[in-house]
Design a protein around this ligand. Structure first.
Ligand code: AKB
Length: 336
């Protein structure tokens, strides 16, 4: 009999590492993971890990044939700053990789007669605020507002959201008997902050970079202005959000794409939080016009009412708790 599994792509990234620890503890499933990189030593043994490329179609097909995939967490992606330097590669990984996996998940759903759950992390990058006044007077954007991304990454995420919805409702709509379709679900994340990993290639990275630099007594020059404001979330809440969305019965969902958020703060306020914990930290502001423009195009906050109403989303960490109970103690310990 084929083994029932949870499949996580991009597992060696920040969300993947945090998610794997939680999913591996959940009973009843074997976990299969994929990444270009090997698993960090402390995570080895938690999954059957395949070091490989999301663009390797025959590898993906072999996996889907070998395992009865119940849930896919598709995390593999190039983030916003990196994607601006390599837009064609970003399109291949972020779009072609997602399309290939959606197709395989659709086939698998049809074969097993039960929908494969396809859980997809999207981002504040799908929004494009036209100017700073509009950004200020609309501090909590709804899912359908300003879907006009300014980056390749944002375009990729927005399009893949639409593809996921298409595969859930319309894929093979002209076939005589379309069979069971997959079950695509997506959360749009704010900037994420982990105590255990350092981000790479994103534009919200200035927050976590400030904190990790301070804990290592390294000076840090922040690449956005003090007033630049976007929403953030502590990594444990991000993992809780993904897993909660995967578990909720389909009838409870009024949409397939949900904003979730925790707290919004400016880069200057982020610095103040860091200074509370590390009073000698040397944090300066040296805005980079291009990365600043990306952050300016992102909203200052998200409206996550639908997630709260439909599946009880509620972040466990507000700003104070995130810094006092999760970030500062764990980061101190990490660099001790
Ligand atoms: C990035 O900065 O690219 C990501 C994101 C906001 O999706 N962290």
């Amino acid at each position: 009999m084929r083994k029932r599994v949870v499949f996580i792509t991009g597992v060696a990234g920040e969300i993947g590492q945090a998610l794997l620890k939680e999913v591996a503890q959940a009973e009843g499933y074997q976990v299969v993971t994929l990444d270009l990189q090997p698993l960090p030593r402390e995570l080895q043994g938690l999954s059957h890990h395949i070091q490989g490329d999301i663009l390797n179609q025959s590898l993906l097909r072999r996996l889907i044939t070998e395992y009865d995939v119940d849930t896919i967490y598709h995390l593999a992606a190039l983030l916003s700053t990196r994607a601006e330097f390599a837009p064609e590669l970003a399109h291949r990984v972020n779009v072609d990789g997602t399309l290939a996996l959606l197709q395989l998940a659709a086939e698998q759903s049809e074969r097993r007669g039960v929908p494969v759950k396809f859980i997809f992390p999207s981002s504040i990058a799908v929004y494009g605020m036209p100017d700073q006044t509009v950004k200020q007077i609309n501090p909590q954007v709804k899912e359908w507002e300003w879907n006009e991304p300014a980056t390749m990454y944002g375009c990729n995420k927005l399009y893949c959201e639409r593809l996921g919805v298409y595969f859930s409702h319309n894929y093979q709509q002209l076939a005589a008997n379309p069979g069971t379709r997959l079950d695509f679900r997506c959360v749009r994340f704010p900037g994420l902050i982990s105590a255990f990993t350092v981000p790479a290639g994103g534009t919200s990275d200035y927050g976590p970079e400030m904190l990790h630099a301070a804990a290592q007594r390294r000076p840090y020059a922040c690449f956005v202005r003090e007033e630049a404001t976007i929403p953030f979330m502590a990594m444990p809440d991000a993992v809780t959000g993904l897993r909660a969305l995967a578990q909720v019965p389909q009838e409870a969902l009024s949409r397939r794409i949900y904003n979730i958020t925790s707290f919004s703060l400016s880069a200057g306020e982020f610095r103040s939080q860091v200074l509370n914990a590390f009073p000698n930290a040397e944090i300066t502001f040296e805005p980079d016009a291009k990365r600043q423009a990306i952050v300016d195009s992102w909203p200052a906050g998200l409206n996550d009412e639908a997630a709260r109403k439909d599946w009880g989303w509620q972040p466990a960490y507000d700003i104070d708790r995130a810094f006092a109970e999760y970030l500062v103690p764990n980061i101190r310990e990490r660099y001790r």
